[in-house]
Design a protein around this ligand. Sequence first.
Ligand SMILES: Cc1cc2nc3c(=O)[nH]c(=O)nc-3n(C[C@H](O)[C@H](O)[C@H](O)COP(=O)(O)OP(=O)(O)OC[C@H]3O[C@@H](n4cnc5c(N)ncnc54)[C@H](O)[C@@H]3O)c2cc1C
Length: 500
Amino acid sequence: MSANTKIVIIGCGISGISAAQRLVNAGFHHIRILEATERSGGRIKTGRFGNSIVEIGANWIHGPCEENPVFCLARRYGLLDPEALTPENQAMDVGGHPPWVPNVFSSSGQKLNAEDLYPALKMFSELLYESSEFQSQGGEPWASVGDFIRAEVPQRAAEKWKDTDAKARSLQLCVISSMLKVECCVNGTHSMDEVGLGAYGLYKTLPGLDCTFPGGYEGLIKNLMSELPSGIVTYNRPVRCVHWNNSEKRENPVTVECDDGERIDADHVIVTVPLGYLKKHHSTLFHPPLPLHKLHSVQRLGFGTNNKIYVEFDSPWWDADCEVIYFVWEDEEDMVDQVPDIQRSWIKKLFGFTVLKPTERYGHVLCGWIAGHESEYMETLSEQEVSHAITQLIRRFTGNPIVTPRRVLRSQWFHDPWTRGSYSYPGKGCSVQDLENMMEPLPVKASQSQPLQVLFAGEATHPHYYSTVHGAVLSGWREADRLISHYSSVHPSEPPKSKL
Ligand SMILES: Cc1cc2nc3c(=O)[nH]c(=O)nc-3n(C[C@H](O)[C@H](O)[C@H](O)COP(=O)(O)OP(=O)(O)OC[C@H]3O[C@@H](n4cnc5c(N)ncnc54)[C@H](O)[C@@H]3O)c2cc1C
């Protein structure tokens, strides 16, 4: 029934792979994936760091439970630790913020008692929860999550911390600044001032305590790829332009033009390029251009940078049970998550580190997290410069003048020309309509042209799980299903005829 339908998928990240797998399983034979780079996986990228395997891109399965397709696939392929498979792990609902054991250090070189900072942590998590509620209630008082938090904290602090002395109160406010930097990483944004308050709650979490792939996230990609027909992907083949609504008397409505000049005719094209790429190249990537409502959604949705800096030590300077390390700058009581002089002080944006566990597998390895323009600037520095800045920072916060990393490795997602950042978030003024516009196929419904010429998948097209691997998988399946149901319900006996 679908034997001759020609489908081109642009991008061999997990959304493109997922779409291809679903279509192949449904009996579509003429499928090609065009990938700009020499590898599959896109933002799922595993690397080596000394003797360890580390993730350059996606790190966790967020919410590993039965509803999470990534968890189900990883379980099927035997890629998870037994602990992650337990019903207790799947049932644990932490609302997206795992209850990690923290160590906290201050800029004057003190190890702080984490319990003393509990008032700030509690207030911050309440404010995040309230931020997510505006999505269903409407009537948000501020445009961004950052504005809301900065407006609310002083009022609540005046009431709740009235008996706290000035120094302790100032420290609580500095902790809020650190937590804002954490949220910049979680949301993949430069500042929480850029995350829309009304749309913040669109993101939905799944139950299950986040878990990792002991052998690397790319194991998932390898397993999925092994189930696709060999030769389905053409690597090092960037697409320059998707010509849709072909006016020339061509047999197929879409022509995909590659950078090397190759032109491929197709009935349908599934575009899975990252939103960062789309923001930069939309005007040349589509001919005719994207309809205005779709373009506006591309522009309104945010796509920022979150990078990792792996650091290895001979011995730990953190507690044995520590899972996350926070650095609190004691001069940041004005609740800022942006550094005024990026070139001089970019390192202040790094909120701290997560600890790679278990130690038997990784040794003493930390993963530093840094978001925003400071992170983009960090990418331009040499590895030695980054290593130097990290060393100075750790020496200052621990008060240990000799602690020295054995090696350092950082990601550079902003300067990846095929990604241009890390992942998407709802910007100011965004609504669910923007995500619906993102996934809307071309031509739009009212048109008389052949339907479903250009379809859109990828993490930034999922209405609730944007920014995640499971969102990307579900978006690929969604677009494959759109085509499958089109051929089974609309033209059961008349698929377009042509050969790839
Ligand atoms: C640092 C970091 C940490 C993350 N952590 C997590 C995490 O812990 N958990 C989680 O669930 N998610 C995480 N994510 C997000 C997750 O990696 C992505 O949501 C997901 O991998 C996106 O898949 P995708 O298929 O939509 O896009 P991609 O994986 O980006 O695939 C798109 C593909 O399109 C290709 N491409 C681009 N332009 C062209 C062109 N013109 N022609 C041809 N090909 C093109 C690219 O090379 C790429 O291979 C993280 C991401 C980053 C960067």
